[in-house]
Design a protein around this ligand. Structure first.
Ligand code: GLC
Length: 636
């Protein structure tokens, strides 16, 4: 047993250390481990016993933490020591990019060969979309989110060694790596699922099996659908067992049963194994769903918070340099609790999902009032709560807006969503957006939306029509939204391709393994020819790429963008104008954005001298002009 455990921890760690070096390092490291364990032990044990009441399994967890700690490469331990107690992920010079390995460069080695492009683009945080082994049939992999083996890379992308090598190279260049940890489910080809399907009770207990239709009906009644059109229902019937297994997402994604401590322990070992490959940020996928309780909606249950808190402590004991990024796509009141409390934190960082959706709402309505409220709510949170900001990601945009407020303003949920979806599909008067609906629910009339940033801003439509004037506006809108993204506190993430204005990819329609999932419209292969065009003065790509580059450069060098700067929203009289103020010491930034189709004359709070941070020009004035969808960063 001890050997087996040891093997679990060390498999896949590449460098064997020399004996002498090892004993000195071990003495030092043991004391660091013990110090960290001592700090968290009582609380960890308390929470574990509260959930599982199983001392033997807790002891195993502790042994394994030590084994993973011992197996952690020296360079990563040194990084931990440098990062411990420092919120490195809040540095204003961080710029993230999210990408699929195959779309960007074919393989993990391909990514390594192209790191110079990322460096040139100023990217120093890289989220590699799911790359662990999944069913070979791509129509059963959910874009990598149906994991068959947490310790094996998809063979066509490379190996664990390639990954660890990439991580090492990235660390040399000051780039951090983020990966997905799909906790809620495994694919039905995972070894546990295969053994469960074969009727092995121990493995069946790692999932939720039932033959009771009444129970299934109760879940169906109480639990909302994740994919109402593409994968309706919560259970999948397995004829070979005469039983159904819980599958909240796709039928080939079996929900794990975290009531079983074996599941929790093994998943924590997987997490630590991946951390030891050099991952800096672990994105905990679909985390609100991991605990199921009949009679509830099975979302955000208190036990989820216990598990995330335990995970945070386990990380801080074994690998304190790593960051937990929670994927919590929920209403704002459900999102913030995943930070935990200041004394007992859970996730280090969360997606700023409501702000993202509300931003596009402002684009469609040319009205920033709801966005102002949302930003004010974010500004009112403790500064240590760090958000990951983004304009779009690999998933659809769900219209999770504050409908109570919208209703006070005469906009009701269903017709409003209908308007947003029509607008972004380019079906309403004056809309320049292009894209497709996702999971349109015939029952609720609900639908989400998919497209790239450039397509939503009008680059696709203007390019298709060959309309230079419309292209100017589209580029301005695209750049303005990036400026707005970079004006927020937290970590900005650009989706690969958005930096060169890549538009929608409709070829997924011809791919039978993908045609059902419109999210592939914005997950196209990275078009390197667009990068070539960034050298052509006046090209769309050059204008977008250079503008975003300049914005990042300003953000990196200017203290008003510090995560600790005081941010507030100005209640400017014109609802189509968003005015954000950031203050650090004596310096004040006025970040002003025109979310309207017409130019505006705007008034500064007082006549004075201001520097345009983008051009560097300083001038004295009281009013200034802002073209449609333009912005200014004025430093006062
Ligand atoms: C997350 C991912 C999404 C995936 C789902 C199921 O929400 O972002 O792409 O479909 O989890 O794993």
């Amino acid at each position: 047993m001890a050997n087996e455990k040891n093997e679990r921890a060390t498999t896949g760690t590449r460098r064997a250390r020399q004996p002498l070096e090892r004993s000195a390092a071990r003495a030092r490291s043991d004391s660091a481990f013990l110090r960290r364990l001592r700090r968290h032990h009582d609380e960890l044990r308390w929470l574990y016993m509260e959930l599982y009441d199983n001392g033997a399994m807790f002891a195993e967890l502790c042994d394994q933490m030590k084994a993973f700690y011992d197996a952690r490469p020296e360079a990563l331990r040194a990084l931990d020591a440098r990062r411990e107690g420092r919120a490195w992920y809040r540095d204003r010079d961080l710029l993230g990019m999210q990408m699929y390995i195959d779309n960007f460069a074919g393989t993990i080695r391909g990514v390594e060969d192209n790191l110079d492009y990322l460096e040139r683009t100023g990217v120093n945080y890289l989220h590699l979309m799911p790359f662990l082994d999944t069913p070979a049939d791509r129509s059963r992999s959910d874009g990598g989110y149906a994991v068959s083996d947490f310790r094996r890379v998809k063979p066509e992308l490379g190996t664990m060694d390639d990954l660890a090598h990439l991580a090492e190279r990235c660390h040399e260049l000051g780039i951090s790596l983020c990966m997905d940890f799909v906790m809620n489910h495994t694919s039905d080809e995972h070894e546990w699922a295969r053994r469960a399907r074969a009727g092995e009770g121990e493995y069946m207990s790692r999932y939720f099996f039932t033959g009771d239709q009444a129970l299934i009906d109760r879940y169906t009644r109480d639990v909302p659908q994740v994919f109402p059109t593409t994968a309706p229902g919560h259970f999948t019937y397995l004829p070979e067992l005469g039983q159904s297994v819980m599958t909240q997402f796709y039928p080939y994604q079996w929900d794990l049963n975290y009531k079983n401590p074996r599941v929790f322990n093994e998943m924590m070992y997987n997490f630590l194994f991946l951390a030891n490959q050099g991952m800096d940020v672990i994105r905990i996928d679909a985390v609100p769903y991991i605990w199921k309780q009949l009679g509830t909606n099975c979302r955000n249950l208190p036990q989820v918070h216990t598990i995330v808190r335990m995970m945070r402590m386990i990380g801080e004991i074994v690998c304190p340099g790593i960051v937990l990024l929670g994927e919590v796509v929920m209403a704002p009141v459900e999102v913030v609790p995943y930070f935990g409390t200041v004394e007992k934190p859970e996730c280090h960082m969360l997606y700023n999902v409501t702000t993202m959706a509300t931003t596009w709402n402002s684009v469609a309505c040319r009205d920033t009032r709801l966005l102002r409220r949302q930003l004010e709510a974010v500004c009112g949170l403790p500064r240590t709560y760090t958000f990951l900001n983004y304009l779009r990601c690999h998933d659809d945009i769900g219209w999770g807006l504050d409908y109570a407020t919208l209703s006070d303003w005469g906009m009701e949920e269903v017709p409003h969503k209908r308007y947003l979806n029509a607008y972004f599909q380019g079906l309403t008067e004056g809309s320049v957006s292009r894209g497709e609906l996702y999971n349109a629910d015939p029952v609720t009339g609900d639908a989400r939306f998919c497209a790239t940033t450039a397509s939503m801003c009008g680059v696709e439509a203007a390019g298709f029509a060959g309309d230079a004037e419309a292209m100017d506006v589209a580029i301005r809108k695209d750049v303005m939204l990036h400026a707005y993204l970079l004006s927020q506190s937290g970590l900005p993430i650009v989706y690969s391709g958005d930096e060169v204005g890549q538009v929608n990819d409709y070829t997924y329609h011809d791919d039978p393994e993908r045609a059902d999932d419109s999210r592939y419209i914005h997950r196209g292969r990275f078009d390197w020819s667009l990068v070539d065009r960034t050298d052509e003065p006046g090209s769309v790509q050059q204008r977008i790429y250079d503008a975003i580059q300049r914005l990042e450069e300003v953000r990196r060098t200017e203290g008003v963008f510090d995560a600790d700067a005081e941010m507030s929203v100005v209640g400017y009289s014109d609802p189509s104008v968003l005015w954000v103020r950031r203050r650090a010491g004596e310096r004040t930034l006025h970040a002003v954005f025109n979310f309207s189709d017409e130019g505006r004359t705007l008034w500064m709070p007082e006549r004075g001298e201001y520097t345009d941070l983008v051009t560097g020009e300083r001038s004295e004035f009281e009013t200034f002009e802002l073209a449609a969808w333009d912005f200014r960063w004025w430093l006062g």
